[in-house]
Design a protein around this ligand. Structure first.
Ligand code: HAM
Length: 420
């Protein structure tokens, strides 16, 4: 047994399964890249106040789940629990909003939340996210949603649905909040829920208990009390999604775990994942930039959970990636053969072919086992007699056929075979 273990609640991705993680990550990033989102590499920790102010002090993420500590200079820092606040901070700091708008950015990497670990809920989670800042256009909301949908589709996933709603703007929210609080005050709720109704009444609507749900069936819903501008924005987003052929269902009771949302909010839900069914989510955050000290610009974006998306692929049995570490595997029999194969491997790699070799003077049988394990399509088998004859054995590891090829022609020959 090893003396150390990874911290609890952190999924590690090791070969061969890490190929799936990488494929999901790359596919999601590439969908964002195709829509003009440029890479932003952010710090993994930031000043704690960025999150308390940006994400909201009353959220679970901030009040219960942050990895916060004092650094050696006694500054309070926090491992990033999400990406949006950091992106907006960086946009303000570097004046990215002074160039053309919208500023379109993508990011990927680990985020940290001290949650109770379970299947699909981790303390170090991986996201691919995008943010489009500075233009309040419903077509941009639809683009953000479509990029996520495109990523899931490109992976071959089908068993998910998109839920959307609108959380209104600063004009719609206060009167609705008052209306909801009045409604909740008339219900026989327990003390903790009553407290929650005081602080964040919208969150009460998301209560999972059946008895509470029954009490809430007649609750007023924000989507029915939107300001004219918010209602128009919401209708336009849905029209664009219809035009794009992106299917959605309205979920007027959706509650997101972060406080910055306004207007459009959405979640991608996968039914095969049990309790942790959200594979991605996001929305508009029109006040965040100003809250963080920037100009009053709008924003919209998403964060997709790479870990959960990979789990969803497992549930659906889609596996559009290869776990092969190499396409060609060199099997040298003897020192001279090794010298030659090291050179051939280098030449093939330079042509873009993925090549691995057997090291350590293993015999034919052991080396062929390694070749199979690598997932390679061809083995290059070189012995002393081959060298004398000026040839090398090219073995097709799928059909098992082997033939001799001239040593000076093998690089072009194998590269050609792999392209065919
Ligand atoms: P979020 O909904 O908190 O949004 O997280 C986005 C996604 O990250 C979730 O849908 C889920 O797939 C994944 N995720 C969250 N927590 C965990 C966890 N403990 N374990 C595994 N996966 C998890 C945000 O973070 C926003 N910043 C998204 C956004 C961007 N909104 C606007 N722009």
């Amino acid at each position: 047994m090893s003396a150390f273990a990874a911290p609890k609640g952190i999924p590690e991705y090791v070969p061969p399964d890490s190929a799936g993680f990488e494929h999901v990550h790359n596919t999601l990033v590439s969908a964002a890249d195709r829509a003009g989102y440029g890479l932003i590499e952010l710090p993994v920790f930031e000043e704690t106040a960025l999150y308390t102010r940006g994400v909201g002090e009353s959220t679970d993420v901030v009040s219960k789940e942050m990895y916060t500590f004092a650094d050696r200079g006694e500054r309070s820092v926090t491992l990033r629990p999400e990406g949006t606040a950091g992106v907006v901070r960086s946009v303000i700091e570097h004046g990215l909003d002074r160039a053309g708008l919208p500023v379109k950015l993508r990011y990927a990497g680990p985020f940290f939340r001290y949650e109770r670990p379970q299947a699909g809920r981790y303390r170090q989670l991986q996201q691919v996210g995008i943010e489009a800042i500075g233009v309040d256009d419903p077509a941009l909301d639809a683009e953000v949603i479509a990029v996520a949908d495109e990523g899931f589709r490109a992976l071959g996933l089908t068993g998910y649905r998109l839920e959307i709603t609108s959380l209104g703007d600063t004009e719609s929210r206060p009167p609705y909040r008052a209306m909801l609080q009045e409604f909740l005050a008339g219900l026989p709720l327990d003390e903790a829920t009553r407290m929650r109704a005081e602080i964040n009444p919208l969150r009460v609507l998301d209560d999972k208990r059946t008895e509470v749900r029954a009490l809430l069936s007649d609750a007023p819903l924000l989507v029915d009390h939107l300001s004219a501008a918010s209602a128009e924005h919401h209708a336009a987003v849905k029209q664009h999604l219809d035009d794009l052929g992106v299917a959605y269902v309205e979920n007027p009771r959706m509650v997101r775990g972060l406080d910055y949302y306004t207007k459009t909010t959405f979640e991608f839900v996968h039914d095969g994942l049990g309790a942790q069914s959200g594979i991605g989510g996001g929305g508009r955050y029109d006040g965040l930039m100003e809250t963080l000290g920037g100009q009053p610009l709008s924003g919209v974006g998403f964060g997709i959970g790479v870990d959960r998306t990979l789990l969803a692929c497992g549930v659906e049995g889609v596996r559009p990636w290869s776990t092969a570490r190499a396409e060609v595997f060199g099997v040298p029999l003897g020192d001279e053969a090794k010298r030659r194969l090291v050179v051939l491997a280098g030449r093939l790699r330079r042509l873009g072919v993925r090549v691995d070799l057997s090291y350590g003077g293993r015999g034919l049988k052991g080396a062929m086992k390694s070749a199979d394990r690598s997932g390679a399509r061809y083995a290059l088998v070189l012995g002393e007699r081959d060298i004398e004859a000026g040839t090398i054995g090219v073995k097709d590891l799928v059909s098992g056929e082997q033939r001799a090829v001239a040593l000076d022609a093998v690089v072009a020959e194998v590269a050609g075979l792999l392209q065919a």
